[in-house]
Design a protein around this ligand. Structure first.
Ligand code: FAD
Length: 598
């Protein structure tokens, strides 16, 4: 329509991380003409940063491991709020997906017997993470990307999607712009798979990169889909705290999985003081037992440093608050006194270089300083467990931008496996849906394209407002201060007022210059998504009057069984400007799965 670049596909995947690429491969293999669109360069998606590994109960090191144990660990890690069916499919299918990745050329670290090696991570009963040193994400992306290109799947790089298009209640395509030229582009497709990743850039201190502005979350909302679990944001316990330029950058959990321990300024290994009732039976209560566990998992319980992330992050937060923090306001993570320099450099090469180059710290000789950092959003688009279909016909969501799988807290390693398991499922379902339509395909209307164009150009229209950067900075600071790791009704109420003010400011913001490569304009568009997502998080956090997983309320310190039986579902308001919440009971777990929790 009117001179805009136009493409037709059976399936369009938005996002080229692990989830998007795996979905595209599956859609292509099912016979669909498939395209992948991503706002950065291919290979630059978040997935490439993943360090620790892919969780899959392969049983290579511990034959007692199987999908049932993995399922149980995942549900308990998520404090039973996970969609049980997703957790089941994930645990059952992850091993096949890892082996398939190996078939496609991924080179994993090996056991002495030549099997794929598996490493320990928090919340996992057995060593379960298939890995490549501490660069697993790089190997995963390399493998999936190579296959995508080999299969001849079309890739649109540095192309940002801003709106989904519909025909009646069905998806008909997507609208976006080329980052370099600012020119618009439309994709006509009956199936669109959202695989846009996370939302971390709404917070000041985060391990996430510039891309994670919750675009998929917000576009899904605006298209009429729903989000769940949005109050659950994972603050990873170990981000760098010094120097300021790298604050928030991730320090992989593998450091603890490989023997690292946490100490306060008094030199005390404090995690033994923070073992919650829920995990007492499976956590070591002496240093001796904790240390024996690395060699003998049968007869010892796991160290408290490897409790689920929410527990460790809260403990660190409490130690810092109590005045026992490190020089730069963190806590000490020490592997130097526990393992040989050779071991550390072999197992954690990226961490070794990261600290050497960025902080001038030699982690084989001295402890690291670390503190919590916003890392992952459990919340996302509500989907059907088997097909990843949202409430909108033709709209699928997968990976970090989908919700349900991880409940209130994700275990480390369970994201990479999630991408593979549900990426494949989404690709297959989307292809089947499109082919089932035959010639009766939804169409793109000129009016909708014009509306999307207007929406995208709106930031150029106003005068006299402020630039988007100052609004983004204020949002990040407010989210950090008021919707962070420990929450109260008072602060959350305040955050919602602040978000309203920021929305008002965003409506009047001013963008300088032209449409050719204009980061200010791009941010102005992203900001609307960030604000909608931030509001979803803050509203749900205020509503949920309990503490569970990634959501900690100072004014409601414990879990409440009533809240443990329901989800908060987020949908868009009538005028499209704000969000609404509805409680919804959890789907009941069948008895043959319930028995694992007696
Ligand atoms: P991403 O990999 O985040 O990709 C999103 C894609 O969407 C990108 O291609 C982006 O360009 C595109 N996109 C976004 N918005 C738009 C738009 N509007 N238009 C077009 N394209 C768009 N998990 C584990 O399981 N194990 C680990 O060891 C691990 N380590 C981690 C280490 C770090 C430092 C971080 C930050 C995370 C880690 N995680 C780990 C989490 C895991 O990496 C992520 O959750 C996962 O990679 C997300 O994958 P994804 O495919 O959903 O999205």
């Amino acid at each position: 329509s009117h001179g805009i670049e136009h493409h037709k596909y059976d399936v369009v995947v938005i996002g080229a991380g692990g989830a998007g690429l795996r979905a595209a491969i599956a859609a292509h293999d099912a016979g669909a003409r498939t395209a992948v669109v991503c706002k950065s360069l291919l290979g630059k998606a978040h997935t490439v940063m993943a360090e620790g590994g892919i969780a899959a109960a392969m049983g290579n090191l511990w034959p007692d491991d199987n999908w049932e144990v993995h399922f149980r660990d995942t549900m308990r890690g998520g404090k039973m709020l996970n969609n049980w069916r997703m957790a089941q499919l994930h645990a059952q299918e992850a091993p096949e997906r890892v082996l398939e990745l190996e078939d496609w050329g991924a080179l994993f670290d090996r056991t002495q017997d030549g099997l794929i090696s598996q490493r320990d991570f928090g919340g996992h009963r057995y060593a379960r993470l298939a890995h490549v040193g501490d660069r697993t994400g790089l190997e995963m992306i390399r493998t999936l990307q190579q296959r995508t290109v080999q299969l001849g799947i079309d890739v649109f790089m540095e192309c940002t999607v801003t709106d989904l298009l519909k025909d009646g209640d069905k998806i008909s395509g997507a609208f976006g712009y080329w980052r370099e030229t600012g020119r618009f582009i439309t994709f006509e497709a009956p199936s669109v798979i959202l695989a846009t990743g996370g939302i971390g850039k709404s917070f000041k201190v985060t391990s996430n990169s510039w891309e994670y502005t919750g675009d998929g979350h917000a576009m899904a909302l605006r298209a009429g889909a729903k989000l769940i679990n949005m109050e659950f944001v994972q603050f990873h316990p170990t981000g760098m705290v010094w120097p300021p330029s790298v604050k928030g950058l991730l320090v992989t959990e593998s450091v603890r999985g490989d023997g690292g321990i946490l100490k306060n300024s008094e030199g005390k290994r404090f995690m033994f003081d923070y073992i919650p009732e829920f995990f007492k039976a499976e956590t070591a209560d002496t240093e001796e037992e904790a240390d024996r566990w690395y060699e003998d998992k049968k007869n010892n319980r796991r160290p408290p440093e490897l409790l689920p992330r929410d527990e460790v992050a809260r403990a660190i937060n409490s130690e810092i608050k109590a005045g026992r923090g490190s020089e730069h306001g963190g806590i000490y993570l020490d592997i130097a006194s526990r393992r040989t320099p050779e071991f550390i450099r072999k197992r954690l090469p990226s961490m070794y270089h990261q600290f050497k180059e960025l902080a001038d710290v030699d982690i084989t000789a001295e402890p690291m300083e670390i503190g919590p950092t916003c890392h992952y959003v459990m919340g996302g688009v509500e989907v059907d467990a088997d097909t990843e279909l949202s409430a909108v016909p033709g709209l699928y969501a997968v990976g970090e931008c989908s919700g349900g799988m991880h409940g209130s807290n994700r275990l480390g390693g369970n994201s990479l496996s999630d991408l593979l398991v549900f990426g494949r499922r989404a690709g297959e379902s989307a292809a089947a849906y499109t082919s089932g339509l035959g010639d009766d395909r939804p169409a793109i209307s000129d009016d909708d394209v014009r509306a999307a164009e207007k929406h995208a150009l709106a930031p150029f229209e106003s005068t006299g407002g402020e630039n988007p950067y100052s609004i983004q900075q204020d949002l990040q600071q407010k989210m950090n201060d008021l919707v962070g790791i420990i929450r109260t009704a008072e602060e959350l109420t305040q955050s919602l007022k602040e978000i309203e003010t920021l929305k008002e400011r965003a409506r009047n913001l001013v963008v300088e210059g032209h449409r050719q490569y204009n980061p200010g304009w791009h941010l102005a568009i992203d900001l609307r998504n960030m604000l909608l997502v931030s509001e979803s998080i803050a509203k749900a956090a205020l509503e949920r009057q309990e503490s569970r997983g990634g959501h900690t309320r100072d004014d409601f310190p414990g879990p409440n069984p009533e809240w443990g039986a329901k989800n908060l579902v987020v949908s868009i308001s009538e005028d499209g400007e704000s969000v609404m919440l509805n409680p919804q009971p959890l789907p009941p777990m069948p008895d043959d799965l319930k028995k694992f929790f007696d």
